[in-house]
Design a protein around this ligand. Structure first.
Ligand SMILES: [Mg+2]
Length: 328
């Protein structure tokens, strides 16, 4: 199987429209298997162990037929990186026609965060606001910031306000349900996502199909933790996003708009996934081979990725795939 992956592997570097997660281009590795196109794009700083679920998710996409779909139209949210400036924010929000919710990145200077949020409220007063802190607040900072933000209006939920389980538990107790907490890194960066005890810690979990090891694993995790989920992306190309859309399509309940419109943050993508009336429709994918040809990485970088995938394979992906019984 490893040989088949490496044989068809292509790595492309997609330029971003904004500085997101401090990256200005997104390197993605794609390959095609018997069940379709697959993407494995762990961020460049991740070590082999951390890359394992990403590769497993891609192998599942390449070899398995997803479970039956409950819906074809997936509601999505806007994603606003930590940018400031009224006009810039207005421009970015215009990339998401019809979206009912916006996820705003916060966790830097609180005054900048508050300004960003109040600008969004005046540009798009109808939109629900969720904030993503990426774990950067202490419990006290979170309480103060959430209080200040709440003064300006309601929030749908706060995503990963603090880093650790214990901090989140304390915050959860203090907030007492007034503001909902969503867990992201606490699940996907956990050494054992299946057994981590999230009771009285979070009210919602983020499901990111690649870092959690694929669709079937994400469904198991949702069942195990028994709280509402939000399906979200890891800033993948349209191939990885489509896999996230398929996860969203298979879930019985989908109470929140999904963070799967992040393709809008790229200035070129391998396929077109338009947001129409706040939704992305799942349709057969037509790859833009021109974009792929134009954005290929250097031969040296391709060698780096092949080596990375080999290391990921022997660091756990192979055992996982064997256990699942997937063949190619
Ligand atoms: Mg997050």
């Amino acid at each position: 199987m490893l040989d088949s992956i490496l044989e068809s592997l292509q790595v492309i570097s997609l330029p971003t429209r904004t500085n997101f997660r401090s990256v200005t281009s997104r390197e993605v590795a794609i390959f095609e298997g018997p069940a379709g196109w697959a993407e494995s794009s762990p961020f460049l700083e991740y070590d082999a162990k951390e890359c394992v679920p990403w590769l497993v998710s891609a192998i599942e996409a390449a070899t398995q037929t997803p479970p039956p779909m409950q819906r074809k139209l997936i509601p999505v949210n806007a994603t606003l990186p930590a940018v400031n400036g009224y006009e810039r924010i207005e421009e970015i929000l215009s990339w998401y026609p019809g979206c009912q919710s916006v996820k705003i990145k916060v966790g830097g200077e609180l005054s900048d965060d508050l300004k960003r949020i109040s600008d969004v409220r005046s540009i798009a007063p109808q939109m629900k606001i969720r904030i993503d802190v990426n774990g950067s607040w202490s419990v006290d900072q979170a309480l103060r910031a959430i209080e200040d933000i709440y003064q300006t209006g309601a929030i749908e939920y706060v995503e990963q306000p603090c880093e650790t389980l214990e901090q989140l538990r304390q915050l959860h107790e203090k907030l007492n349900g007034r503001v909902l907490i969503a867990g992201d890194e606490i699940l996907r960066k956990s050494a054992s996502p299946m057994t981590v005890d999230l009771r009285d810690v979070v009210d919602i979990v983020m499901l990111k199909v690649a870092p959690l090891g694929g669709i079937s694993r994400s469904i198991q995790l949702a069942k195990k933790h028994g709280v509402p989920v939000v399906v979200s992306s890891a800033l993948e190309s349209a191939i990885g996003i489509t896999y996230g859309l398929k996860l969203a399509a298979t879930l019985e309940k989908l109470p929140y708009a999904c963070g799967l419109a992040t393709g809008n943050l790229l200035s070129a993508d391998v396929a077109h996934l338009p947001v129409i009336d706040g939704c992305i429709e799942i349709a057969p994918m037509e790859l833009d081979h021109g974009v792929i040809a134009k954005n290929r990485v250097s031969p040296e970088q391709l060698v780096f990725w092949k080596e990375r995938i080999r290391n990921t394979w022997v660091s756990g992906a192979q055992d996982w795939v064997l256990q699942e019984g997937w063949i190619w």
